[in-house]
Design a protein around this ligand. Structure first.
Ligand code: HEM
Length: 219
């Protein structure tokens, strides 16, 4: 027996409020003048961390739904994905604003010069079409299959985000990017296994195949 669905609208409101907490914390610390010795770095690191947190949470939904049979979980996925984009956008804005004061040529030079920035930027650019098409109208216009194909780029985005994180971290800080890489590998690995499981049907005759008689088999 499956458990009844929870009140999804209330759950969404709660999730929305919870998802704004990291931003609230940042604003609170900013007002308090408590962003540490290097406030720009704190803002960049905080927003980047929450972008990757929401990315991982978004990727968790499909396996959680499949393993628990709680199909309503799927209705939270879009919000989590959009919050991933929201924090990535804040992260990008902190870079173009605090690091470069919106000077387009300096931004472009930095993106081309520092490989970890290049990779982060690529992940961000790939997130844009996903965010723009995360609404019912886009799903209707694109059609389910095309929409799904476009949204598969989330796997590439996840891999690029891990590379970005490794690249910008010193070796002594590697446990964190390593933990995210492990979580993302498990989530992607689960999907690959599911696809293989669904793609190769077990032969129905497998059980009744004669195993005992073979004229040329040595005794
Ligand atoms: C999906 C997109 C992105 C994700 C998930 C992401 C994630 C992260 C993470 C996890 C960190 C490290 C946080 C920490 O050390 O605690 C970080 C730092 C950083 N990211 Fe990103 N990032 C993304 C896109 C970008 C973009 C578009 C840029 C700039 C063009 C960028 C520039 C930076 C910079 C400058 C830092 C700080 C490096 C430092 O502290 O020295 N990232 N990012």
């Amino acid at each position: 027996m499956t458990s009844p669905n929870p009140p999804i609208n209330r759950l969404k409101t709660l999730l929305f409020a919870l998802s704004l907490l990291p931003l609230g914390w940042l604003i609170w610390q900013g007002i308090d003048g408590d962003l540490g010795a290097n406030p720009v770095e704190t803002v960049q690191r905080w927003t980047g961390t929450w972008a990757i947190n929401f990315l991982v949470l978004t990727l968790c939904i499909t396996p959680l739904r499949a393993l628990s049979g709680q199909h309503w979980l799927l209705r939270l996925r879009r919000m989590l994905g959009l919050f991933c984009f929201f924090y990535a956008l804040l992260h990008f804005l902190s870079f173009v604003w605090f690091d470069h004061e919106f000077a387009v040529d300096a931004i472009a030079r930095d993106i081309l010069k520092r490989p970890f920035v290049t990779v982060g930027f690529a992940a961000f650019v790939l997130l844009i079409p996903l965010a723009l098409s995360s609404n019912n109208l886009a799903i209707r216009k694109l059609g389910g299959r095309r929409w799904q194909t476009i949204h598969r780029s989330i796997y590439l985005i996840a891999i690029l985000s891990c590379i970005h994180y490794f690249w910008l971290s010193k070796i002594t800080q590697w446990p964190w990017p390593l933990a995210y890489a492990l979580a993302i590998s498990l989530l992607l690995g689960w999907r690959i296994r599911e696809r293989q499981r669904k793609a190769i049907p077990v032969p129905r005759t497998a059980k009744v195949q004669p195993m005992t008689f073979h004229p040329h088999r040595p005794k």
